[in-house]
Structures are given as structure tokens and as C-alpha cells.
Ligand binder design. Sequence first.
Ligand SMILES: Cc1cc2nc3c(=O)[nH]c(=O)nc-3n(C[C@H](O)[C@H](O)[C@H](O)COP(=O)(O)OP(=O)(O)OC[C@H]3O[C@@H](n4cnc5c(N)ncnc54)[C@H](O)[C@@H]3O)c2cc1C
Length: 482
Amino acid sequence: MDDPSNAAGAAPASRIRTRILILGGGFGGITTARQLERLLGSDASVEITLISRENFFLFTPMLHEVAASDVDITHIVNPIRKVLRHTNLFVGEVESIDLDARRIVASHGLSRHQHEFQYDHLVLGLGAVTSFHGIPDLQAHALQMKSLADAIVLRNRLIENLEEADADCAADRRTTALTLVVAGGGFAGVETVAAANDFLRDSLPSYPHLSEEDLRVVLVHDGAVLLPELDEALGSYTETKLADYKVEVRTGVRVAGVSRTGVRLDDGMNIPTNTLVWTAGSAANPLIQTLPCKLERGHVMVTEYLEVPDWPNLWAVGDCASIRDPRTGNLYPPTAQHAMREGRVLARNIVASLRGGKKQPFVFTTIGTLASLGRRTGVARIFGTNFSGFPAWLLWRAIYLSKLPRFEKKLRVALDWLLDIVFSKDLVQFRAEIGPSAAYADDESAPGETEAPARTSAAGDRQADDAPLGRDREIASSDKLR
Ligand SMILES: Cc1cc2nc3c(=O)[nH]c(=O)nc-3n(C[C@H](O)[C@H](O)[C@H](O)COP(=O)(O)OP(=O)(O)OC[C@H]3O[C@@H](n4cnc5c(N)ncnc54)[C@H](O)[C@@H]3O)c2cc1C
């Protein structure tokens, strides 16, 4: 196991009195680190280290835009090293958290070797994971919509299905290939189905053998009204608009089972499809569930100051934390909007505890919620006022563009959107495959004289009959690149 002080460009140990360790490079972790950098300035006695699985910060509100080819893959992510200038970054997987010994073990590199980190203050910002609610085979067969890889895999799948369905040989598989089912009528599900629907329909002119009638896009939601986070009127508006855009909305039903070739709903309906996107469940990060501190449904319980009771100098932020509004006693919702504000308060409270100041409780009232419904329409509720249609869509774009970190990425996304007005959707697949290679019988053989080149397995390769439908297949091939 390696010495952590060598791991992330740390300052000389003699000058450091306090080590602040942040786990997770999402909204909560990054905002905490950024605010600490601002508040601590050039204080060399404090060392901030952030451990994150990825070396980038993902702006999740625009994830569906990557899946639907509205923006380029890298435009909604920012390298953490460019966002945080004075924080040591360790890109790797947190493997274990020992609160008694104040020790974290994380692994990284091709060999997945381990490093150990000691800390004086620990911030837990590990977010949440997808929950499959114990539905048989769902994890193996469904795609998810949580990470950048998920969006890339979905985009590839949509394009691969169009390519296959356009060929003569696919006559008997055309229905399953051209049916997309999205489960979950919350923000992630609605925005994903809307964007994917636009993408599929806008792509049809490039596929001469396919027509609008071949496409079936279904949204399955277990509640009565879509977007329960908003009010009922906006939920009903959303349903009407999606229906106008030819999305089949099925409310009040759940996914009961899934197989390689279809989805079964609990009202008895079977939908032939090879693509189910599951956005209908979220669960606490499994690492958090191993901790001995107080948990509430798997999330770390914190005080109004975002401290973990009974564990001095342990803090939690964002989706992995269970944070109550001190005014009402209700739980704050797991949103980026909240995680960022929590991160700022948490950083101030760490500094207060280091320098002897007064800690501040986390009190926040949601400013607004917005969703994009495709075809330049949206819904929004801001300061209690409802917006819908084009104005809401415009608000969505303006607000999220302003929230996207760094001017460079804002400009890139704005240009993508501008160019989208002129050009049609990009249909290029991002295939995670190693290029064709040839094995020569002897060194004298020249290219072109050998047998057909051998191809490695590819993310976009035609699916074998027994291959899983889920992203495991795609990821398995990209793993080969490591
Ligand atoms: C598709 C989608 C759309 C959304 N849209 C909106 C929206 O429009 N508005 C809004 O307010 N909210 C939105 N959200 C919710 C928002 O993304 C979350 O509430 C927010 O990301 C929570 O921030 P966090 O820091 O707690 O967790 P995250 O942002 O999820 O960050 C957790 C971090 O921890 C890392 N991590 C986890 N486990 C490990 C490990 N073992 N080792 C190393 N690193 C690890 C992850 O890689 C990640 O970097 C959306 C979410 C999704 C999935």
C-alpha cells in the first residue's frame, strides 16, 4: 500500500496541521472543495484532498443532451483539475472507510493498487446509486442514466438500433430494435424520453427504409401524474405534450419483468424492445451503508450544520446525506441545487471549526425546478410561478447554461445549440473498440497480403443471441481498453 502523502502532489507534511479529505467529485464534493479554497486562500497549514472515481465533474442536468446528440460528449464535463486549483486530486475508487482509525483506502491505476489516506476532517459526498427494486434481471438488461458512460451507451444503442433496423435482414427484429422504453416519470425519465424521442425521429431521414410508424417510444411511470416534483398542472401538461410528440405515456403501471426481448408491465402488457432505460429508482451508496454512524434509509444522518452526530469532524453533503430542514423537519430533496448550497455551508462550517467561528445551519428554499420536454418546449416552476412551452424551455437553457461551470464549456455548449439549428443530429457512434489488427504469418508478409483482419469485440457489435441487453455488454468491451 502506498503512502498517501505522495499520492496527489501533497505539500510538505511539516507545514500541514489539518488534512481535509473530501470523498466524491460531484456537486456536493466539488462545491465544498471550491468554497474551502476560497475561504482558506493560501493557508499552507491546511491541506485539501479530493478523491473521485472520475477526473471530471459531470453536469447531470444536461446528461440527456449527450444521449440525444444535442451536445458533444465532453462539453458537459469539466476536468476537476481545471475547476479546483489548490486541492490535491486523487482519481480512484474509494474502497473502504474506517471512521475509528480515520483511514480511507482507495485504489487506482491499471493495477488497481491501493493507497491509504489519513484525515482530520472527512467530507462524505459519494452521492447515490441506481436501485433496481429487486426486479428480476433488471440490472442485467436495463440501461441507466446516471453517469457520462450511461449517456454514451444509450446514444450508441439508439444509433445501433437504427442502423440494424434499416437493413433487410432485420425485418423480424425491427419492432424490438425500434421500440424504446423509459421507466420513471421524474425529471431524469421525462427528459431522457423526450430527448431520445426527438433524436430518433429527427434521424429518420438518414434511414431510407424506416418511417415514423416504425418507431415506438414509451414512458412508464408508476404514479398518476408525471413529474411529481412539480405541480399537477405541469405534470398533466407534460403528459399532453409528450403524447403530441408521439411518446406513449403509461401512468399508474410498473415494470414487472424484463427479458432480452421485452419489458413486462404489471398491468399485463408486454412491450417488445431491446432497450429499457431505468430511471425509476435511487438508493444510498453501498459504501455509506457500511458505516457505523447513524443512517436513515442508508443515508448519513447529519445535524443542521451538516455534521455527523457522535463523530467529530465527520461531515456529509448531497445525495448520500439525510438532511432535514430545521424549519419544517422535512428532508431536503436530493438535487444538485441543494448539494451545491450544502457544500458552501459545509465548507464555512469546517473553517469555523478550524478557526473558532460560529457555525451556520443549512436552511434553503428551492428556487425553482425545470424540465426540458423536447421540441423546444419545457416546464418550470420558479419562485412558485409556473411556466410552460417555449418560455420554459428557454429558461431551462438559460439557467442551466449559466450554472455549467467554466466559460469554455458554456461557450462549447452554446455553440452546439446554435449549430443544432442549422445542422441535423450527428449520428456518429462512439465505439469503444480497439482498431482492426492483423497477425502476420511471418515478418515478410506485407499489409494487404494477409487474410482478413481480426476485429476485437466492439461496443457496437451485433448482439449475439445470448448477450445481455444492458450496459454490461458495452462496458465489457470498453474495459478491454484499460
Ligand atoms: C439524469 C439526471 C438528471 C438530473 N437533473 C437534475 C437537475 O436538472 N437539477 C438538479 O438540481 N438535480 C438534478 N439531478 C440530481 C443531481 O445530479 C444530484 O442531486 C447531484 O448530483 C447530487 O450531488 P452529489 O455530490 O451528492 O452526488 P454526485 O453528483 O452523484 O457525486 C457523487 C460523486 O461520488 C463519486 N463516487 C461515488 N462512489 C465513489 C467511490 N466508491 N469512489 C470514488 N468516487 C465515488 C461519483 O463518481 C461522483 O463523482 C439529476 C440527476 C440525474 C441522474
